[in-house]
Write a new protein. Structure first.
Lengths: 294, 858
């Protein structure tokens, strides 16, 4: 499936900003399932300097700074990316999740790049409460894939999607208490449950293709950034799960970056001098470049 | 019998008696190794000549020399330690005058071990921040590395081919302790930004001066080669081998406890001392913000912890950091010593793996053993340490520089069961270490020499693929047996360590050693905007304090004379002047003469000296001192000494009930002290931009103060009596000039000439304004040949012009005919435009960039 994506973030400041430094992670990830046909980042005003690198997880990180006073900052990323369906999972993989956990511990040296995702991180605590929450899904001996689907469904059922109900400062325990949140909260909760069980779980940021209501035109720019999670399986590699939509991501999900949690792969982060009160507006448009539904 | 014991002070009146021996009653503690006395009671050979010397010297002489040395320490302390510290906290690691002696043969063994350890830690860091092969091959447990709270993604060196990591560990320190067997053990590694070398240097300057004879005779190895090597290494680190790189010490500022050392080393090594706010990243390079624009920085000696150093990538809004710093490090545009991330390996957890790592990375055993350490994250170790908990001490496995001493004590005081539960709940987070009964060394305590426990902090600096170890160290002392964990903040004692040798001492100097002829430099290097700002305010507060003191003195003189105060017709106007300056309550100025005097007499001293009142003389002196403290690395030692004396006097006066006589003395001395500083500024300070901003501050303030006082006395108080004119002229220190010129009673026209228009009088308004105009003309300009004069140029010009155009005879004549307007207008213009000039200069040159803030994340 080929997508044409346009993602614009606009900051307006009540006071001029003298200097800003920014890190941007908006380029789609190139991997075995995604081919990046084109990518471009347009920054206005023109940056004084720019650089790009790949981080430890293979995400593209762009740095720029602006040294002329400005009252607004606009970032637009445009890309064409082709997404393939995930490889078929070995049918009825019977590996119980405990075996996956033990394998990770036993082979931690050889599995270092997976084992990194077993530890607590900025937004991911590890504790008994989370193990307790995951217990109904992760029953003893249950195959990993099945248990993952059960956890995904459980979060989907237990939680209300409520835009604006949480912020990036909301902790996993707070959302576990309030039972509301957005995709980011659900992904963090799922990851925290999986890691509390000793499994390797990572955070994915990206986009979700949306379908217009029957009989309606597709609304340009009304899409949003999305977040979901993956868990590592020795037989199938990284299994994606989307607790916000209670599904396994397929060709409707486009991945930008992966990390231990949001803090590793925040799409736009920056430091400004001056600026007063900033306001932010975001518009995302994920358009299929081909007709039909893959 | 009793008469034979030496008296406590050793100052026996009996002439000719042998002096009381310094080491008279040194009694060693059982169990531990003593540095001075060998088992059996003999003095160790390395100490023998020094001990003999000191015993010959005698207690009294030793104490006298120590008292002298403390004066030097005190001055250094006030020069470099936390500024305006009202508590006068003692210096951390207070010096003990008795040095600790080690033979160079022994130290060579220790040094070999330390060099190996530093190489090992560098290789370990290269791997941890890079490929992590040590984990992949099973040498280090994955949990140890991946669970490290200091292991941050931005510190990881990306995998791109062809990129090599920078040197991670330029500068290393280790804490060493000597076990009862005589063996030295490494107790802890310090790799983030080790402190202490500056203290070792200061200790050396003090003890070598205090005990010059044994220092020379014992051929004590010098510290200078170490610092020379440090300079050389930092020079070599500069990107693309720039031949004359700019090195800056990134400090956390005058309020931080490490400031003493930062400032001391910056001056000794000749480096810029900067704070986060002085730096900016542009074009992926590091720059210092100066008055002349941006000046490149090639090498940064990093003092804050890595996580504070880059708010862009490592978060936080710490003013210690510079947004984009990590990007410059990646870009190779700046060398950071130590590189961000170097602190990872100072966590005690790694000590458990050092023997194994040494085999894996260097293929040889550790030459200097580390204290036995068990990381509880390994099951076998956990069982062992819980079974042997009594003889071990527990620590957090991961260290955050500057926080652990308290934790440690609390941890080890927990009941056994609670401790076990705590550790079992998160074993990865703890280590256990063997207790080392450290050796004892002689220390001077309350006029006696007694044994105290010591640990050494030794220093190493990278040197062409290897490391060079300082031929000396900082001995750290405490009298209890508890672990010497506490770092620089806890205020333990320290000693100088003398490495004594057989061969003559090589002479080295920190002057440039290479054969390059020194380039002649006529300017003072670039001036950071922040420094210019403090310099400007120092100038303003100096003049404000001077004006306040002079007026207060004039009033006090009249109040304390034998004449009745009501016989002074000028007093109400002068008191009003004090009130307008803000030195005394405004209410005093409104009262009638009869009520006024007794009240002013009672309240004057306490109000003027009340430092909590922002307008008081005492508060002004405080601010002057605080501004000076911010730029003390640019003030001469003597200037600083006077500033300190002033500050001390005012601080002492506060607590007591001050009366008018005290105030008279204080203001008298202040006026003289400020004149001394002014003289030093004129005679000794080169005419750099630093001087310029100081003098702009002084001229501006003097102009404002003079104009306001004239306004109070001549415009607001009605026609002046001759006595008031005299007081006014006196306040401007111009009475002598007046008398020399006119030899008559004071009249208005000559007074106005002297105070307003006489360009040859350094106290006149005209003089201030002319000087300001000249200074403003010499401020750095951004563009060549700007078409229009800048705002500050126009203001300065118009002010100078206004005063130059005044015809003093006309002004005085119309005033005496009752038309105050012309004088009033002139003064009003000066009083309005001088602050406007100050704002214009501030906006253009001093505007301190606001601190960086995090942008709301998307």
């Amino acid at each position: 499936m080929l997508y044409r994506i346009r993602h614009t973030s606009k900051y307006q400041y009540s006071q001029p900003v003298a200097v800003c430094h920014n890190l941007v992670r908006l380029a789609p990830r190139a991997d075995e399932r995604q081919r990046v046909v084109s990518y471009r980042l347009i920054v206005s005003p023109e940056p004084s300097d720019q650089a790009s690198r790949e981080d430890l997880f293979g995400n593209r990180v762009e740095y720029f700074s602006i040294h002329d006073a400005h009252r607004g900052l606009s970032l637009t990323s445009m890309c064409e990316v082709e997404v393939a369906a995930p490889p078929a999972e070995p049918a009825d993989d019977p590996t119980p999740w405990e075996q996956v956990r033990d394998r990770l511990r036993r082979d931690s040296a050889a599995l270092l790049d997976e084992y990194r995702f077993v530890f607590s991180s900025t937004h991911i605590p590890i504790d008994q409460r989370l193990r307790d929450y995951a217990a109904p899904a992760f029953t003893p001996g249950r195959p990993l894939g099945e248990a993952l689907d059960a956890l995904t469904a459980q979060i989907y059922k237990d939680f209300e999607y409520k835009s604006g109900a949480t912020t990036i400062a909301t902790t996993v325990h707070e959302s576990l208490e309030s039972r509301v949140g957005v995709c980011q909260d659900f992904a963090h909760l799922g990851i925290a449950c999986l890691r509390s069980l000793g499994l390797a779980a990572r955070y994915a940021s990206g986009y979700l293709r949306t379908y217009p209501a029957p009989g309606k035109e597709r609304l340009v720019g009304a899409d949003e950034s999305h977040a979901w999670l993956s868990v590592w399986s020795p037989t199938a590699g990284w299994l994606d799960a989307d607790p916000t939509n209670n599904c396994r991501p397929g060709i409707d999900h486009v991945t930008i970056a992966i990390g231990r949690d949001y803090a590793d792969i925040c799409p736009v982060q920056g430091v400004v001098v001056g600026g007063g009160t900033p306001t932010l507006s975001v518009s995302v448009d994920v358009a299929p470049a081909e007709r039909g539904r893959g | 019998m009793q008469s034979q014991t030496p008296s406590a002070g050793g100052s026996s009146p009996t002439q000719g008696a042998a002096p009381a021996a310094v080491f008279g009653q040194y009694a060693i503690a059982p169990g531990a190794y003593d540095e001075l006395i060998a088992p059996g009671g003999a003095v160790r050979p390395v100490w023998a000549p020094v001990r003999e010397y000191l015993d010959r010297l005698g207690k009294a002489e030793f104490a006298r020399r120590w008292a002298q040395s403390q004066r030097l320490i005190y001055e250094n302390g006030v020069s470099f330690s936390a500024y305006g510290d009202p508590e006068n906290r003692p210096r951390p690691w207070a010096l003990d005058p008795a040095p600790m002696l080690l033979h160079e043969a022994e130290w060579e063994g220790v040094s070999t071990g330390l060099r190996q350890r530093a190489r090992l830690l560098e290789l370990l860091l290269q791997d941890l921040c890079g490929p992590q092969n040590l984990v992949r091959s099973g040498v280090l447990p994955a949990d140890l590395v991946l669970g490290h709270p200091g292991y941050r993604l931005p510190l990881h060196w990306e995998r791109r081919a062809g990129r090599t990591l920078p040197t991670m560990l330029t500068y290393y320190a280790a804490d060493l302790g000597r076990a009862p067997t005589g063996q030295w053990w490494v107790l802890a590694d310090r790799t983030e930004a080790p402190s202490g070398a500056g203290f070792a240097l200061e200790n050396r300057l003090v003890t070598s001066r205090m005990l010059p004879e044994p220092f020379r005779d014992r051929r004590v190895r010098r510290l200078a080669p170490f610092f020379l090597r440090l300079q050389q290494t930092l020079r070599e680190l500069a990107p693309s081998g720039r031949s004359n790189p700019t090195v800056a010490i990134l400090s956390q500022g005058a309020a931080h406890p490490n400031y003493f050392e930062d400032a001391y080393l910056a001056r000794y090594l000749g480096y810029q001392l900067v704070e986060g706010g002085d730096l900016t990243v542009r074009n992926r390079q590091l720059w210092m913000k100066t008055l002349e624009g941006l000046a490149p920085i090639d090498v940064v000696v990093r003092r804050p912890n890595a996580e504070l150093c880059d708010p862009l990538e490592l978060g936080g809004e710490s003013p210690a950091g510079v947004a984009g710093l990590l990007e410059t490090q990646r870009n190779g545009a700046v060398a950071i010593a130590n590189a961000c991330g170097s602190g990872l390996v100072e966590s005690p957890a790694f000590m458990a793996f050092m023997p194994r790592l040494c085999q894996a990375l260097l293929g040889e055993p550790l030459k200097l053993p580390g204290v036995a350490t068990w990381w509880c994250g390994e099951e076998k170790s956990l069982d062992f340490v819980l079974a042997n908990a009594e003889r071990l001490i527990f620590k957090k496995a991961y260290r955050r520089r500057g926080e652990e001493s308290l934790l440690l004590t609390r941890l080890n005081q927990k009941p056994r069961a609670e401790l076990e539960q705590l550790i079992r709940s998160d074993p990865n987070a703890y280590v256990a270490q063997e207790r080392v009964l450290r050796s004892t060394a002689p220390a001077w305590r309350d006029g006696r020499v007694v044994p105290v426990r010591v640990a050494l902090r030794a220093f190493a600096v990278a040197s062409g693929g290897d490391y060079e170890v300082m031929q000396g160290a900082l001995a750290r002392t405490n009298s209890g047996g508890e672990p010497l964990e506490a770092s620089i903040l806890s205020g333990e004692g320290s000693k100088d360590v003398w490495i004594v040798g057989e061969s003559p001492v090589e002479k080295v100097t920190l002057l440039p050693s290479e054969q390059e002829p020194a380039e002649l430099v006529r300017i003072g290097g670039e001036l950071p905007s922040r420094v210019a700002e403090h310099s400007y305010w120092l100038g303003r507060y100096m003049e404000r304090a001077d004006a306040y003191a002079r007026l207060a003195r004039i009033v006090v003189t009249r109040l304390t004379s034998e004449r009745d105060a009501s016989e002074y017709p000028e007093l109400p106007a002068l008191v009003r002047g004090l009130a307008e300056q803000g030195q005394i309550e405004a209410g005093h100025a409104l009262e009638s003469m009869r009520d006024l005097l007794p009240r002013v007499e009672g309240a004057l001293a306490s109000e003027v000296l009340d430092h909590t009142q922002p307008g008081s003389l005492s508060a002004t002196v405080d601010r002057m001192f605080a501004s000076a403290a911010q730029v003390r690395d640019r003030l001469s030692r003597d200037t600083w000494r006077i500033l300190l004396r002033i500050s001390d006097k005012f601080r002492k006066q506060r607590t007591a009930e001050a009366d008018l006589t005290d105030l008279l003395n204080l203001t008298d001395e202040l006026v003289v002290d400020l004149a001394a500083i002014g003289g030093m500024v004129i005679e000794s300070m080169t005419r750099t931009q630093f001087y310029r901003f100081l003098d702009i501050g002084r001229r501006l303030e003097r102009g404002i103060q003079a104009a306001e006082l004239i306004q109070t006395c001549l415009v607001e108080s009605g026609p002046p009596c001759p006595e008031l004119l005299e007081a006014l002229v006196d306040s401007a220190d111009s009475l002598m000039t007046y008398r020399a010129r006119y030899r008559a009673r004071l009249t208005l026209a000559p007074v106005l000439d002297l105070l307003v228009t006489d360009e040859s009088n350094p106290r006149s308004l005209a003089y201030q304004l002319n000087t300001l105009e000249r200074h403003v003309g010499k401020l750095p300009r951004s563009g060549e040949g700007e078409p229009n004069a800048s705002n500050e140029q126009r203001l300065a010009l118009s002010l100078a012009h206004a005063v130059r155009m005044v015809d003093v005879s006309d002004l005085a004549e119309s005033y005496e005919l009752g038309r105050v307007e012309p004088l009033k207008r002139l003064l009003a213009e000066v009083i309005r435009d001088l602050p406007a000039l100050s704002n214009a200069i501030g906006l253009k040159y001093l505007a301190h960039a606001a601190p960086p803030r995090q942008l709301a994340p998307t």
